[in-house]
Unconditional design. Structure first.
Lengths: 255, 444
């Protein structure tokens, strides 16, 4: 069970080998997490993340393989994660995403579909199964990683940001649907994060490292705010940016 | 049967359960037989997650009530769902007081058994279980009567067992004879912690009741300044107009959740200052009503809402006599961490009973209310756990909402004996709570 400070003991991480997910998992393990099930597409990367979780205090880890291009398999993957925890799941982190090279994808229907699948369709399918299981359990928390880009989609990465925007909006409604079930959902909206997903990308203002994101997540989990912003200041920045006229926004976003 | 969100008194970690309200042993037994997991709940005064069970059945025991006649020796049989408030309302006019009361009357007798509660008289009278003659317990393998001589193993696993051995339906206990509804109180103010601790070590034996309220926010020379109140029931000749009136209903209440930041270091410091300054330096033999002395916070209904939406945790530990410096260290750590903490309660414990998971042990106990929100708090308390463990002490389950399961076995050396008894009466592990899952007390 999660404790009074929002520190979970049993954790499932979908996209468990991503840099942000690993940084969060480390902090969770250093606090209370003892059983951690990591799911992702590469066994080697998951094993490395699991070893790291152990190092930071997890006593039991396991891994599950899935392919985010196959949304109809998401239910199976989530189910396997829950079964491997073998007890009540306190926190499920949805950290599945693909940034990719927009220029190479934007005129290719197949690659555009791929972006929508990984960033939107697979997570949505997984959330349906997560919701079903946690509501039956009567407790638990979901953390979905979207992006500040979901608040105002930028032309340089509209496939990624647009899919994240869809996921972000959907999660807002999903969180409301959980009222009274004992389950809560929080949305993490980070600004640019230096990680392997963003290697080679131009850094934007308010960029952070993964550990700073993880630190903000720990603070967010201790509270009840639906959206966790990282860094917290971007909440106010995007409150302005979202209302900029398009010509000005294009200039700002391209910088 | 309705699905309801349940909290502890600290209003952290809500969870949803099916709540049912049985009014007979048969109904309890049938719920036990048909539920996957079940825990009994009384008035919800456990601070953490002891009386909730996500996805399971929570049995509201309030209809398992009723108070029998109090006989000439003070022996009375009460339903487990009866509150101490209801019991006192009936018993004080007849000249009887509960032998042990926690800081609130708003707990059920069943809850008092489950947590084996203690009061200001632990150093003299022990905890709640010490005054129980026998009780009815409905376990998954059948209903039984247990007492210190009848299946003593199960009796001592049940008191302090946090409801994990079965559902208590009735308790037969011995009450305390009183002549008036007044307490004669000696009050003393101390400008630092050492003074109050040595006064308690040397002088508590002369009083039935003793408790010190400690200021955990002042640093430096006055760290741990305190007000010590000690007393005993007034005899008829001690007061001018002896009376025997039951407790009054609260006049004040908190209508809604205060903003989460209301109790911050500044406001709490100011409160502690006013409280300290307004206490007398030394006063003896002042007559106070039972409610004022024993249950001051019961005067304000729903006071936990003052801590706002995020809620609060209560941290209560006990350490042996030899580890008085752990108490000093804890207050030092808290006062220097900037965590807002209202007055802490410091008490001495007398001999422990045989309860396998019963909290008290001879020595000191300190309890503090701490608002959730300060990011340093989780680590501060984890560090204090280590100190308490090193000193051979433990944390009180009825207050806990954040202990780590790997520390429980060392703090409660009789845990395996407890789990053996639990598995005997609950072989299918049906009795569980969120606390039991968190601290791995389910026996699985």
């Amino acid at each position: 069970m999660e404790n009074a400070f929002g520190q979970p003991q049993n954790v499932v991480v979908l996209g468990g080998s991503s840099d942000i997910a690993r940084a969060i998992t480390k902090k969770l393990c250093a606090a209370r997490a003892n059983t951690v099930v990591l799911a992702g597409r590469s066994q080697d990367l998951l094993d490395a993340a699991a070893a790291e979780a152990h190092e930071y205090g997890a006593t039991r880890t396991d891994t599950v393989i899935f392919d985010a291009m196959v949304p109809l398999d998401a239910g199976r993957a989530v189910g396997e994660c829950f079964d491997k925890v073998g007890d009540k799941v306190d926190l499920v982190i949805v950290a599945v995403g693909l940034l990719g090279d927009q220029r190479a994808y934007e005129d290719d229907p197949e690659l555009a579909t791929r972006m929508a699948m990984v960033n939107f369709t697979w997570p949505v399918a997984a959330l349906a199964e997560i919701r079903r299981r946690l509501v039956a359990q009567g407790s638990g928390r979901i953390l979905v990683i979207t992006s500040v880009a979901a608040i105002r989609v930028r032309r340089g990465a509209y496939l990624y940001s647009g899919a994240k925007a869809g996921l972000d909006r959907l999660c807002d409604g999903l969180a409301d649907s959980l009222d009274g079930t004992g389950v809560t959902l929080q949305i993490l909206r980070p600004a640019f994060v230096r990680s392997k997903m963003t290697t080679g990308e131009k850094e934007t203002p308010f960029s952070t490292g993964v550990n700073e994101v993880a630190e903000n997540v720990m603070k967010g989990l201790a509270g009840t705010e639906r959206v966790i912003w990282s860094p917290p200041l971007v909440k106010y920045v995007f409150a302005v940016l979202r209302h900029l006229p398009a010509p000005i926004w294009r200039k700002v976003a391209d910088r | 049967m309705t699905r309801t969100t349940l909290y502890g008194w600290g209003r952290t970690t809500p969870s949803v359960a099916a709540v049912v309200s049985p009014s007979s042993e048969t109904e309890v037994a049938s719920e036990l037989a048909s539920s996957k997991e079940l825990i009994a709940r009384g008035l919800g005064r456990s601070y953490g997650d002891a009386a909730q069970l996500s996805g399971g059945t929570v049995l509201d025991n309030r209809d398992l009530d009723g108070i029998g006649a109090i006989d000439a020796d003070g022996v009375v049989c009460v339903g487990a769902g009866t509150s101490i408030d209801e019991l006192l309302t009936l018993s004080i006019p007849q000249g009887w007081f509960v032998p042990v009361t926690p800081g609130t009357r708003q707990v059920t007798v069943g809850g008092a058994v489950a947590a084996d509660v203690h009061g200001k008289n632990h150093h003299v009278d022990g905890s709640f279980a010490n005054h129980i003659l026998e009780m009815r317990l409905i376990t998954p393998v059948g209903a039984v009567t247990v007492s210190p001589t009848r299946d003593p193993e199960l009796f001592w696993a049940t008191v302090g067992g946090m409801g994990l051995t079965g559902v208590v339906s009735t308790v037969t206990m011995r009450m305390l004879r009183i002549e008036t509804d007044q307490v004669l109180v000696d009050t003393e103010r101390f400008s630092e912690l050492d003074g109050v601790m040595s006064a308690m070590s040397s002088g508590d034996a002369a009083y039935r009741y003793s408790v010190a309220w400690v200021d955990c926010m002042t640093r430096g020379a006055h760290m741990g300044r305190a007000v010590l109140t000690r007393g005993d029931h007034a005899a008829r000749g001690d007061v001018d107009a002896p009376s025997l009136r039951g407790p009054k209903a609260p006049r004040l209440f908190v209508p809604f959740n205060a903003p989460s930041g209301l109790l911050n270091p500044l406001t709490v410091k100011a409160f502690n200052e006013v409280w300290y300054r307004s206490s007398p330096r030394r006063q003896s033999g002042e007559a106070k009503s039972l409610s004022t002395f024993f249950h001051p916070l019961d005067g304000v209904r729903d006071w936990n809402r003052l801590y706002g939406r995020r809620g609060f945790v209560q941290y209560q530990f006990c350490v042996p006599d030899s580890a008085g410096d752990t108490v000093v260290g804890a207050i030092d750590r808290l006062s220097s961490s900037g965590v807002a903490s209202f007055l802490a309660v410091l008490k001495r414990f007398g001999p422990a009973n045989q309860g396998l998971l019963s909290f008290p042990m001879p020595g000191w106990t300190l309890a503090l209310d701490l608002p959730v929100g300060n990011p340093a708090l989780p680590q501060v308390l984890d560090d204090l756990d280590e100190k308490v463990l090193e000193a051979g002490g433990r944390i009180y389950f009825a207050k806990d909402a954040r202990l780590s399961p790997d520390k429980v076995r060392a703090m409660y050396p009789q845990l395996d004996a407890f789990l053996a008894v639990k598995n005997r009466v609950d072989p299918e592990h049906r009795l569980a709570s969120d606390l039991a899952h968190r601290l791995q007390l389910t026996g699985k």
